[in-house]
Write a protein that binds this ligand. Structure first.
Ligand SMILES: [Zn+2]
Ligand SMILES: [Zn+2]
Length: 437
């Protein structure tokens, strides 16, 4: 009778010892190595698609850690492979781009870097205003830890350093550079984002969709131009455009199930040139968000139906009805594999602590390009968040003080030590759950 109790206790203690041992090892590596690396990345952000120095440094760090490194994948992307015997192929992705923002965080290591913006050609200040410096530093911490404990796991570890997440270009570019043919199709795919809206160090994981799918839609309205004093001689595209904007509001309010999230936002409406001219054209720009293919189809078909039929209501001929152009730069929703999410949640609770794992649903419909790695072919994946804001900052905001700055704000500021170490620890625990012998 004693024996099973002893082994249960031994298991209990070994699980906890592993957790704290891992925590201590990661903390030590942070103090001795990763803190300096984070500081470097934070001071030297680079814009989407031109992350040349960041990519070079990542490639160097990953090969120093012992990985087989390929550079220039899908632009500036880096693929690092560590083969460690028979076992699953597991992919972990970190995005590396900064933003064209002048940092005003007041931090001692605030970025003063500048770079030529590849879109505008202007030289602009750059900032890691989304926390991707936490992601890449954690990826190096993970690489170093997984090498240090390579006797404890088997399989192939694939680390992806992805460019241009902010422009939703990089994941698709890497995938289209045939990464799965060249490096193998992963059995599992993982990624995390640091989040300023969660308390530093907590792991926020959902069994649903942490990020929405997004479509970009243009509506071109063909009117008939005339003098503003003779409206009866034309077809006013501004009035028609306004009716379309209002009619679109019924899609989410009256056609989509109230339990199903969706967004139709008209972000831009351009028409006309002068007070007394009725223009012959209006241009609407929309972003459309969903968490499922069914919602996506309902919204996109609805936009087409409303735009065209409002044109008929206005008396436009069939060949001059509003044109609805759906960009092929569609982003699918990021959908966690529920079974895998539950499994990792369990592993994190056991190794890091139950208090460290939360499931706080996201309130917005932000999008990510990570799903380009996980759909077609479908790969079981989990995308989690690591909190990056100290509790006292939330307390200060609650007491009416300065609000916690959001991502992409010039004031954006995350607590690097807790975020990076939680990033490494959660990733290593997830990898060990999937690859431990
Ligand atoms: Zn961002
Ligand atoms: Zn981001």
């Amino acid at each position: 009778m004693l024996k099973p109790i002893v082994s249960v206790l031994a298991l209990f203690f070994s699980v906890n010892a592993f957790g704290s041992e891992l925590g201590e090892a990661v903390k030590k590596d942070y103090d001795e190595y990763l803190a300096g690396l984070f500081d470097h990345f934070h001071r030297n952000p680079e814009l989407s698609t031109v992350e040349n120095e960041t990519a070079r440094r990542m490639a160097l760090e990953l090969s120093l850690a012992g990985f087989n490194v390929t550079e220039g994948v899908g632009g500036t992307g880096v693929v690092a492979i560590l083969e460690n015997g028979e076992g699953p192929l597991v992919m972990m992705r970190a995005d590396m781009d900064g933003l064209p923002v002048e940092e005003k965080s007041g931090l001692e290591n605030a970025s003063r870097a500048q770079q030529k913006d590849p879109i505008t050609g202007n030289t602009v200040f750059t900032m890691h205003a989304c926390g991707h410096d936490v992601h890449i530093t954690s990826l190096i911490g993970t690489a170093r830890r997984m090498v240090a404990q390579r006797d404890a796991w088997k399989g192939t570890l694939m680390l992806l350093v992805q460019p241009a997440e902010e422009r939703v270009l990089g994941a698709r570019a890497m995938r289209d550079d045939d990464i799965w043919d060249r490096f193998g199709t992963p059995d599992y795919a993982l990624a995390f984002h640091v989040s300023s809206s969660n308390v530093a160090g907590v792991i926020n994981v959902s069994e649903g969709s942490p990020y929405a799918g997004a479509d970009t839609v243009d509506i071109i309205i063909h009117g008939v131009g005339t003098h503003g004093a003779h409206p009866h001689r034309g077809k006013d595209p501004i009035v028609l455009g306004s009716q379309i904007v209002l009619a679109l509001q019924t899609l989410v309010a009256r056609e989509l199930s109230p339990r199903d999230p969706g967004v139709v936002t008209v972000g831009s409406f351009h028409s006309g040139s002068k007070h007394n001219i009725i223009s012959d054209r209006a241009h609407l720009q929309l972003t459309v968000r969903n968490t499922s293919e069914e919602t996506r189809e309902l919204l996109l078909n609805g936009i087409k139906r409303i735009a065209e039929n409002m044109g008929r209501v206005a008396g436009l001929p069939e060949d001059k009805l509003p044109e609805v152009i759906i960009s092929n730069e569609s982003v699918p929703p990021t959908t966690n594999d529920a079974v895998l999410a539950r499994r990792l949640k369990q592993a994190w609770s056991e190794s890091i602590g139950e208090d460290a794992v939360v499931d706080i649903p996201t309130k917005g419909m932000g999008a990510e390009d990570f799903p380009f790695f996980t759909v077609q072919p479908s790969i079981a994946s989990v995308y989690w968040a690591i909190g990056g804001t100290p509790q006292e900052d939330f307390d200060r905001e609650a007491a009416g003080g300065e609000p916690v700055p959001s991502h992409h704000s010039p004031l954006f500021k995350i607590e690097p030590e807790t975020s990076v170490t939680a990033g490494v620890e959660s990733t290593v625990v997830a990898l060990m759950e999937l690859m431990a012998e």
